[in-house]
Design a protein around this ligand. Structure first.
Ligand SMILES: Cc1cc2nc3c(=O)[nH]c(=O)nc-3n(C[C@H](O)[C@H](O)[C@H](O)COP(=O)(O)O)c2cc1C
Length: 176
Protein backbone atom coordinates (compact mmCIF):
# COMPACT_ATOMS: atom_id res chain seq x y z
CA UNK A 1 0.00 0.00 0.00
CA UNK A 2 1.30 3.47 -0.88
CA UNK A 3 1.08 6.25 1.72
CA UNK A 4 1.45 10.02 1.33
CA UNK A 5 5.04 11.20 1.62
CA UNK A 6 6.33 14.76 1.98
CA UNK A 7 7.54 16.14 -1.36
CA UNK A 8 11.13 16.53 -0.11
CA UNK A 9 11.36 13.04 1.40
CA UNK A 10 9.45 11.49 -1.48
CA UNK A 11 11.80 12.94 -4.09
CA UNK A 12 14.82 11.90 -2.05
CA UNK A 13 13.66 8.30 -2.51
CA UNK A 14 14.25 8.50 -6.26
CA UNK A 15 16.92 6.05 -7.47
CA UNK A 16 20.57 6.99 -7.34
CA UNK A 17 22.22 9.34 -9.84
CA UNK A 18 25.72 10.05 -11.12
CA UNK A 19 27.84 12.95 -9.95
CA UNK A 20 30.21 15.06 -12.09
CA UNK A 21 32.80 17.80 -11.76
CA UNK A 22 32.00 20.80 -13.92
CA UNK A 23 34.94 23.02 -14.83
CA UNK A 24 34.35 26.61 -15.84
CA UNK A 25 36.25 29.79 -16.59
CA UNK A 26 35.61 33.38 -17.58
CA UNK A 27 38.18 36.01 -18.59
CA UNK A 28 39.85 36.11 -15.18
CA UNK A 29 38.92 33.08 -13.12
CA UNK A 30 38.45 29.33 -13.34
CA UNK A 31 36.55 27.05 -11.01
CA UNK A 32 35.15 23.55 -10.45
CA UNK A 33 31.73 22.63 -9.01
CA UNK A 34 30.35 19.21 -8.06
CA UNK A 35 27.03 18.61 -9.80
CA UNK A 36 24.28 16.01 -9.51
CA UNK A 37 21.79 17.79 -11.72
CA UNK A 38 22.90 16.57 -15.13
CA UNK A 39 20.65 15.37 -17.95
CA UNK A 40 20.57 14.54 -21.65
CA UNK A 41 18.37 16.87 -23.63
CA UNK A 42 18.86 15.76 -27.24
CA UNK A 43 20.68 13.13 -29.27
CA UNK A 44 20.90 15.14 -32.52
CA UNK A 45 22.05 17.81 -31.92
CA UNK A 46 23.95 16.49 -28.91
CA UNK A 47 22.60 18.48 -26.00
CA UNK A 48 23.21 17.95 -22.31
CA UNK A 49 22.29 20.17 -19.38
CA UNK A 50 23.39 21.05 -15.87
CA UNK A 51 21.25 22.64 -13.13
CA UNK A 52 23.14 25.34 -11.18
CA UNK A 53 21.88 27.51 -8.33
CA UNK A 54 22.38 31.22 -9.03
CA UNK A 55 24.09 31.57 -5.63
CA UNK A 56 27.03 29.41 -6.78
CA UNK A 57 30.29 31.08 -7.75
CA UNK A 58 30.26 28.85 -10.85
CA UNK A 59 26.94 30.33 -11.98
CA UNK A 60 28.46 33.71 -12.97
CA UNK A 61 31.37 32.02 -14.71
CA UNK A 62 29.01 29.97 -16.88
CA UNK A 63 26.75 32.97 -17.50
CA UNK A 64 29.73 35.14 -18.52
CA UNK A 65 31.49 32.60 -20.70
CA UNK A 66 28.60 30.51 -22.09
CA UNK A 67 30.76 27.41 -21.68
CA UNK A 68 31.45 24.53 -19.33
CA UNK A 69 33.10 21.11 -19.28
CA UNK A 70 31.47 18.01 -17.77
CA UNK A 71 34.19 15.84 -16.19
CA UNK A 72 33.36 12.24 -15.26
CA UNK A 73 34.75 11.23 -11.86
CA UNK A 74 36.13 7.96 -10.53
CA UNK A 75 37.20 6.62 -7.16
CA UNK A 76 40.53 8.45 -7.33
CA UNK A 77 38.64 11.74 -7.60
CA UNK A 78 36.47 11.08 -4.52
CA UNK A 79 38.20 13.65 -2.33
CA UNK A 80 38.15 16.25 -5.16
CA UNK A 81 34.39 15.71 -5.51
CA UNK A 82 34.03 16.53 -1.81
CA UNK A 83 36.35 19.54 -1.97
CA UNK A 84 34.51 20.98 -4.99
CA UNK A 85 31.05 20.23 -3.59
CA UNK A 86 31.58 21.52 -0.06
CA UNK A 87 33.56 24.72 -0.71
CA UNK A 88 33.11 27.76 -2.88
CA UNK A 89 35.58 29.03 -5.44
CA UNK A 90 35.04 32.43 -3.82
CA UNK A 91 37.27 31.27 -0.97
CA UNK A 92 40.14 29.57 -2.81
CA UNK A 93 41.34 28.14 -6.10
CA UNK A 94 39.71 24.70 -6.24
CA UNK A 95 42.11 23.41 -8.92
CA UNK A 96 44.96 23.96 -6.43
CA UNK A 97 43.05 22.82 -3.34
CA UNK A 98 41.83 19.61 -5.02
CA UNK A 99 45.21 19.07 -6.73
CA UNK A 100 43.67 18.94 -10.18
CA UNK A 101 45.32 20.07 -13.41
CA UNK A 102 43.48 22.41 -15.80
CA UNK A 103 44.03 21.70 -19.49
CA UNK A 104 42.93 24.24 -22.08
CA UNK A 105 39.85 23.02 -23.92
CA UNK A 106 40.01 22.29 -27.66
CA UNK A 107 36.74 23.99 -28.59
CA UNK A 108 35.97 26.07 -25.46
CA UNK A 109 38.07 28.38 -23.28
CA UNK A 110 36.97 26.56 -20.12
CA UNK A 111 39.66 24.09 -19.00
CA UNK A 112 38.98 20.39 -18.67
CA UNK A 113 40.38 18.34 -15.76
CA UNK A 114 43.40 16.24 -16.73
CA UNK A 115 42.80 13.68 -13.95
CA UNK A 116 39.19 13.01 -15.05
CA UNK A 117 38.87 9.88 -17.25
CA UNK A 118 36.40 11.61 -19.59
CA UNK A 119 35.62 15.27 -20.24
CA UNK A 120 32.86 16.74 -22.40
CA UNK A 121 33.26 20.30 -23.69
CA UNK A 122 29.98 22.18 -24.02
CA UNK A 123 28.76 25.54 -25.32
CA UNK A 124 25.57 26.91 -23.79
CA UNK A 125 22.79 27.16 -26.37
CA UNK A 126 19.86 27.71 -24.04
CA UNK A 127 19.35 28.85 -20.45
CA UNK A 128 16.20 27.78 -18.62
CA UNK A 129 15.15 29.34 -15.33
CA UNK A 130 13.25 26.48 -13.77
CA UNK A 131 12.98 27.48 -10.08
CA UNK A 132 15.84 27.56 -7.60
CA UNK A 133 18.23 26.13 -10.22
CA UNK A 134 18.97 27.42 -13.71
CA UNK A 135 19.52 24.81 -16.42
CA UNK A 136 22.35 25.52 -18.82
CA UNK A 137 21.70 23.45 -21.92
CA UNK A 138 25.01 22.83 -23.63
CA UNK A 139 25.78 21.61 -27.13
CA UNK A 140 28.55 19.03 -26.94
CA UNK A 141 31.63 20.25 -28.85
CA UNK A 142 34.10 17.49 -28.19
CA UNK A 143 34.68 14.52 -25.88
CA UNK A 144 38.09 13.60 -24.40
CA UNK A 145 38.41 10.05 -23.12
CA UNK A 146 41.25 8.06 -21.53
CA UNK A 147 41.94 4.80 -23.36
CA UNK A 148 41.53 2.88 -20.11
CA UNK A 149 38.23 4.56 -19.25
CA UNK A 150 35.35 2.29 -18.38
CA UNK A 151 31.95 3.83 -17.58
CA UNK A 152 31.55 1.61 -14.51
CA UNK A 153 34.23 3.76 -12.83
CA UNK A 154 31.76 6.68 -12.49
CA UNK A 155 30.59 7.68 -9.01
CA UNK A 156 26.97 7.94 -7.88
CA UNK A 157 25.37 10.02 -5.14
CA UNK A 158 22.35 9.39 -2.93
CA UNK A 159 20.68 11.12 -0.01
CA UNK A 160 19.73 8.64 2.72
CA UNK A 161 17.70 10.39 5.41
CA UNK A 162 19.65 13.60 5.89
CA UNK A 163 23.06 12.41 4.87
CA UNK A 164 24.60 12.19 1.41
CA UNK A 165 26.61 9.11 0.37
CA UNK A 166 28.74 8.23 -2.63
CA UNK A 167 28.49 4.83 -4.33
CA UNK A 168 30.10 2.84 -7.11
CA UNK A 169 28.13 1.28 -9.99
CA UNK A 170 26.49 -2.02 -9.02
CA UNK A 171 25.28 -5.20 -10.70
CA UNK A 172 24.13 -5.57 -14.31
CA UNK A 173 20.48 -6.65 -14.63
CA UNK A 174 18.98 -8.13 -17.78
CA UNK A 175 19.49 -7.09 -21.39
CA UNK A 176 17.64 -4.89 -23.89
C1 LIG B 1 27.02 15.43 -4.48
C2 LIG B 1 26.74 16.89 -4.72
C3 LIG B 1 25.92 17.27 -5.75
C4 LIG B 1 25.66 18.63 -5.99
N1 LIG B 1 24.86 18.99 -7.03
C5 LIG B 1 24.65 20.31 -7.30
C6 LIG B 1 23.87 20.69 -8.42
O1 LIG B 1 23.41 19.87 -9.19
N2 LIG B 1 23.68 22.02 -8.64
C7 LIG B 1 24.22 22.99 -7.82
O2 LIG B 1 24.02 24.19 -8.08
N3 LIG B 1 24.96 22.65 -6.74
C8 LIG B 1 25.20 21.34 -6.46
N4 LIG B 1 25.96 20.97 -5.40
C9 LIG B 1 26.48 22.00 -4.49
C10 LIG B 1 27.75 22.69 -5.00
O3 LIG B 1 28.68 21.74 -5.47
C11 LIG B 1 28.38 23.50 -3.83
O4 LIG B 1 27.46 24.44 -3.35
C12 LIG B 1 29.68 24.15 -4.22
O5 LIG B 1 30.35 24.55 -3.04
C13 LIG B 1 29.48 25.38 -5.10
O6 LIG B 1 30.75 25.82 -5.50
P1 LIG B 1 31.00 27.25 -6.16
O7 LIG B 1 30.42 28.30 -5.24
O8 LIG B 1 32.50 27.33 -6.26
O9 LIG B 1 30.36 27.28 -7.52
C14 LIG B 1 26.23 19.62 -5.14
C15 LIG B 1 27.07 19.23 -4.09
C16 LIG B 1 27.32 17.88 -3.87
C17 LIG B 1 28.25 17.49 -2.75
Amino acid sequence: MKTAESLREGLRQLPIRPVYLISTADQERSNIITIGMFAFFSGNPSLVGIGVKPSRYSYDLIRNSGEYVVNVVNERLMSAVRTCGENSGRDFDKFKKAQLTPVKGDKVSAPYIKESPMSIECKVVQTMETGDHVWFIGEVQTVHKDEAYDWTQGLLFKWIKDQGFYFKVGERMGAY
